[in-house]
Design a protein around this ligand. Sequence first.
Ligand SMILES: Cc1cc2nc3c(=O)[nH]c(=O)nc-3n(C[C@H](O)[C@H](O)[C@H](O)COP(=O)(O)OP(=O)(O)OC[C@H]3O[C@@H](n4cnc5c(N)ncnc54)[C@H](O)[C@@H]3O)c2cc1C
Length: 456
Amino acid sequence: MKNNIQDIIDNDLCISCGACIHTCPENNLEMFFNEEKGMHEPRALNSHLCGKCDCLNVCPSYSVDYSKLSVERFGRKPDSPLGNIDKIFLAQNKDKEINSKASSGGVIKAVLTHLFSTGEINAVISIKHKAGLDYSPELIENINEINELPGSIYHNIDYSNALRLLRETSGNIAIAAIPCQFDGLYKFIEQCEPDLKNKIKFTIGLMCGWTYSHHSLRAICKYKNIDFDQIDDVSYRGNGPVGKLIIKTKDGSVKKVNRRIDLHYAAAFDRSFNLPRCHYCINHGNFLADLVVGDAWLPCTVKTKTGISLVISRTEKSTKYLMELEAQGILTLVESTEDDVIESQTPRVVFGNYSYPFAELTGNSGRLAPQLSGPNREAATPVSNKVLEKFGKHIEIKRKMQKAGNYNKLLIYKYTHEFRPFLYRYIRWFFVRILKIKSITGSRKEMSSEKSGRFL
Ligand SMILES: Cc1cc2nc3c(=O)[nH]c(=O)nc-3n(C[C@H](O)[C@H](O)[C@H](O)COP(=O)(O)OP(=O)(O)OC[C@H]3O[C@@H](n4cnc5c(N)ncnc54)[C@H](O)[C@@H]3O)c2cc1C
């Protein structure tokens, strides 16, 4: 056992939060892009890691106790398997232009703008586009920049700059981030610099199923005949609830890919392209953020042409901001339920039905698995080892194909070995979302059409 960050790298468990590089007293760690893995990860500058600093202790791929961190964040134990909850809403920005650019309902930008204009914050740390596929956390000090921030970026990005910005900036800061990025920040704060938390005035978290290595984009480029090396920018969402993957290349051409019904998209963005750490994640609902925003994938919203957000407000303060935005006519807000969160995100994702037993299985086989524990642990219904072994085997085979650049072989493999589960997804979608079978059989209560009809 090396007992330093090399253990994480060797086991492909990094999530590129970059917390570790800020712990090294000798500045011996840097982030670099690993072409073979298609992701950013740390490496030692002088090929030797000492193991004397906190690099492993701050790593969210080593261990996270979300219930403990939640108590530190919110001053009380989580009240539900979904974490600390004050209220749950469906919400939407009433400004059609902002809504159509947003990934779901345009709530994040409304809240950030509100915090700036009321003087609650003087800066935001959020990702911004640099060049090509590079997105990086940057400091936003001008309110006018908020609406120019990107929508959801699903491919792996280097998040290490966020901690540097937090340390160097004084004042009241808001941060928008996906769960594992907050995990890295809060583990670093807990282990190394507790005073940093005083600078964070508000956190907006995105719900996150999983992120993808850059192999996804390489694969879709191969399938759609696009020159990967010429990519100028990508966007995954916008213009409605689902949106299209849009790839712009340096010669000015634009390729749009349907994200719902396209066999190439489904192959290039299948679960084997996720960062391996995502398969162990139990924190899809962003336990540590004040306000959490995701997609309202519900029967009552299935026919809307605009994006609607599912929002978990974890504190009274964040509920107050939402109410203020509703009173100002900026947001449409309809109170929702935990059941809607579970239906929208699926129980498997919300409770970690795969992730908890997958970590156990990996650990039992002698390999390193993240030790993650959260308020959803008791509610999880672990899937069987047989299912997990099959899942793990398919992923291993497809990852080897990715590393060798055999994306066409992967496409054939997917549809010859996994056509049934692929089809099942669409059948389930049709029965649950369109036919509303759960509501008809009384296993869940649908939001009334009077309430859901308030959205654009
Ligand atoms: C990798 C990923 C996976 C997701 N998975 C799910 C899911 O499984 N279920 C679900 O309901 N929702 C998921 N989401 C969230 C959802 O896609 C929308 O991003 C969210 O609802 C946005 O709401 P909005 O319209 O208010 O924000 P927008 O107006 O679209 O603003 C997005 C904000 O998030 C920031 N941002 C975007 N991507 C990243 C990133 N990679 N890292 C850090 N900050 C980022 C932007 O800078 C911007 O401030 C995911 C998002 C991401 C990035």
